[in-house]
Write a protein that binds this ligand. Structure first.
Ligand SMILES: [Zn+2]
Length: 97
């Protein structure tokens, strides 16, 4: 976790901030990162890839605004990456016609 700012050396760090990306109306959906398993050679009729995801928390320097992101579920992300999981859009589910 960021204790001092790497830009200005301030210790006035505002940490553990949720990073929002949404419109207020739709319900607040924080930003996240996700890795999904690679598509198999022979894809079944219905294929729902397994995935690992993590929320992000921001730490903002109160003096200069420098911001660092921290993944809350980094251990699971690392395991997924070691198994060849990829970061790609629409990794949730897919229906093959
Ligand atoms: Zn700073």
């Amino acid at each position: 976790m960021m204790k001092t700012c790497p830009e200005c050396s301030s210790s006035e760090i505002i940490s553990d901030l949720i990073v929002f990306t949404d419109e207020m109306l739709a319900g607040q959906l924080p930003a996240y990162v996700q890795l999904a398993e690679p598509e198999p050679e022979k894809t079944p009729f219905i294929w729902i890839p397994k995935s690992a995801s993590s929320g992000l928390r921001a730490a903002v320097c109160g003096e200069c605004g420098y911001t660092r992101l921290h993944a809350t579920n980094h251990a699971e992300l690392l395991q997924a990456r070691k198994q060849g999981y990829e970061s790609r859009p629409n990794g949730m589910s897919r229906l093959k016609a």
